[in-house]
Ligand binder design. Sequence first.
Ligand code: SF4
Length: 377
Amino acid sequence: MAGIYIHIPFCRKKCHYCNFYTVISHKYRNQFISKLLQEIESRHHYLNNQTVNTIYFGGGTPSILEPSEINALINKIKSHFTVIENAEITLEANPDDLSIDYLKKLKNETPINRFSVGIQSFFDDDLTYLNRSHHSKQARLAIENAIYLGYNNMTIDLIYGIPTLTNEKWMKNLDIFFEYGLPHLSSYALTVEPKTNLEVLINKKKIASTEEDQIVRHFEILIEEIDKQGYIHYEISNFAKEGYYSKHNSIYWLGGHYLGLGPSAHSFNGLTRQWNVKNMKQYCEAKSTDTMMLEKEILSVDQQYNEYIMTSLRTTWGCDTEHIMNVFGMEFQIGFEEGIIPFIQQNKVRKTGNNYQLTGAGKLFADGIAGALFRGC
Ligand code: SF4
């Protein structure tokens, strides 16, 4: 089981908090699509003939693409990889793109069967704080248009911890999500990443800074409310009704293999991890796919183990010591079992048989707990 990720870096404007590789200019648009088609063809060995279960258009803003461009990319993938019938094919979309006309074209011309819509908030002052390109009416309309056209496999992103987002507004955002009956939610704390506009503006005191207490309270509200509505908290930032887990992201979390295409995209095939140049010009002007690639590393056993701890601990499936024993050996298993004891005593981790999962309290400390268990750092 493997996945293919395609990074479409175009955006209309840069959101203040965003640290993804994006470009505003469309100067390289046509060259970029040709280059992607070329990259699909030349990297077809990377997944070692594994069946492809998921295709994910992420960004950036993939909904900037014409349905014909999306279809050309999917067809190219299908002609060079074995893609299962009914593969999950996700398009990340900005609400301002999801007009009825665009959705109808997607439905008629492409096999896209899942949307991930960057709503972030249903309130205009939050969207202004984040510097999003859409407004709250477009957020609702996008969801309603997609539902109207029968797209019921849809997830939205909501951000909490925005200084303009009170507890009441956060509850309202969640209520709106529940009212639409959507099967999946991804929800993240607003994080001030280095070198983002958000960091600059906060440092210059031009906008309010995030507050840790507010982030924690919003996370508590989120897990309380989502549980009441019967969603499964299957990854630290992801919630779904039974049968609607993101198959693509589950590949990342369960250590599966994936090929990343486009500038800045990462790939992993169990033994190597590689990533493409974070530069549209260099990507489009590369003479071969080897020069598109920025770096390739062969993962050490410690790195493979750390990756397993980091990803598995964030999920409902948890960390399995039998897996650690079988894949990494006894020394790793003993190290894990010793390292996890303090977190069990602090009620941050629960043990069931061979399996270790974060408790509700532990979910707030996922990165710190994983870090404490890492080897070779
Ligand atoms: S739309 Fe998404 S990728 Fe583009 S700038 Fe905003 S957060 Fe970043």
